[in-house]
Design a protein around this ligand. Structure first.
Ligand SMILES: *Cc1c(COP(=O)(O)O)cnc(C)c1O
Length: 348
């Protein structure tokens, strides 16, 4: 089935004439006096509006990811901005629905509720593998989007490319693959699926492996037509100037390979150490920078760590995550501290 992603777009969005900023209308030239945008003339470094098209930033990201700039959206509220835009572009409130795996990242369902879009959850299979048929069966005529988080938060596993491709192939709608943790995964990115499947959108972020969570920069990669819709619907100046500049500097100057390698190594060491503790029932395989750990009494372990100044995420009340804590991989020193605390807990 060849798909035209524009078939899934809300009619009002297709018809939308975007807001035109002062800087949109400016087409280049030798300007030394800027009196077009009602800015303050006093230079404090941030008195001018930033580039609404993030031209330079997208050049850097394009080179980094091997994707042309026309296929890139960047959001200044992290990936969450792209997630919300997916709803606003494709889903008619109170009419359309989306399908998502469960358990998964909580923002998909909150953003669905905000946009008044029905959110249909399909449980992962018992080994946390992707329920390809379940996802497809849960979809109907009004299903516009299927959400797949890979590596998945909180189960930590990445799904095989072939499974994701099967969903993209068979589903008559948009498939979003959220790759926030892709840098920690051996499976690699699904970005190349964009070439075969115009209905796929891939999300990535600078918040995790790049260590830039505070700058709030998320990315969506899509076919040019869909990327153009993101550009049309986003807030005009959605990425602030200092963030645009900082991210280009980090891309140009920072190599994250060493940190990523250390985190992967620490993750595997910590997983093995945790497995040796008597109250640990299971440490699930991880393709991310965190471990999902099933323990005998999660609330007790959680409170004990908290009392000792260590906070982890208690996921034990999520369906299919009963008994589970989610532990982010820290520095080697932090991980050793967690392990020595937990060894003492097991002797209590
Ligand atoms: C952390 C995370 C993100 C990133 O969110 P930002 O808003 O970019 O910081 C996206 N998706 C998942 C599944 C995450 O866990």
């Amino acid at each position: 089935m060849t798909k035209n992603p524009l078939d899934y777009v809300r009619p009002n969005i297709l018809a939308l004439a975007p807001y035109s900023t002062a800087r949109d209308e400016f087409k280049g030239g030798d300007i030394s006096v800027w009196l077009d945008a009602n800015e303050s003339p006093y230079d404090n470094g941030v008195n001018r509006y930033p580039d609404p098209h993030q031209y330079q930033l997208k050049q850097y990201i394009a080179r980094l990811k091997g994707v042309c700039p026309e296929r890139i959206f960047v959001g200044g509220a992290g990936s969450d901005e792209a997630i919300d835009l997916v709803y606003r572009i494709f889903c008619c409130p109170s009419e359309d629905n989306v399908v998502a795996i469960s358990p998964s990242y909580g923002v998909y369902s909150v953003a669905a509720a905000i946009n008044d879009v029905e959110y249909r959850e399909v449980q992962l299979l018992s080994d946390f593998s992707l329920p390809v048929d379940g996802l497809l069966n849960a979809a109907d005529q009004r299903t516009k989007v299927i959400w797949i988080c890979s590596p998945n938060n909180p189960t930590a596993n990445a799904f095989p490319r072939a499974d994701i491709a099967r969903v993209a192939e068979a589903f008559d709608g948009i498939v979003v693959v959220d790759e926030a943790y892709v840098d920690f995964s051996e499976h690699g990115s699904m970005l190349d699926l964009l070439d075969s499947y115009p209905n796929v959108i891939v999300l990535q972020t600078f918040s995790k492996a790049w260590g830039l969570a505070s700058l709030r920069l998320g990315m969506a990669f899509a076919c040019e037509e869909v990327a153009a819709l993101f550009a049309k619907v986003k807030y005009p100046y959605n990425v602030n100037g200092p963030t645009q500049l900082k991210i280009t500097e980090y891309i140009a100057g920072d190599d994250i390979t060493e940190h990523v390698a250390e985190i992967i190594c620490e993750r595997d060491t910590l997983a093995a150490a945790l497995r040796s503790l008597p109250f640990v029932c299971e440490v699930f395989p991880s393709d991310a920078n965190f471990l999902l750990v099933k323990v005998d009494s999660p609330d007790e372990v959680y409170d004990y760590l908290l009392a000792n100044g260590v906070i982890v995420r208690n996921r034990s009340r999520l369906p299919a995550c009963e008994g589970c804590l989610r532990v982010t991989i820290g520095t080697p020193q932090e991980n050793r501290r967690v392990m020595s605390l937990l060894k003492k807990f097991s002797k209590k």
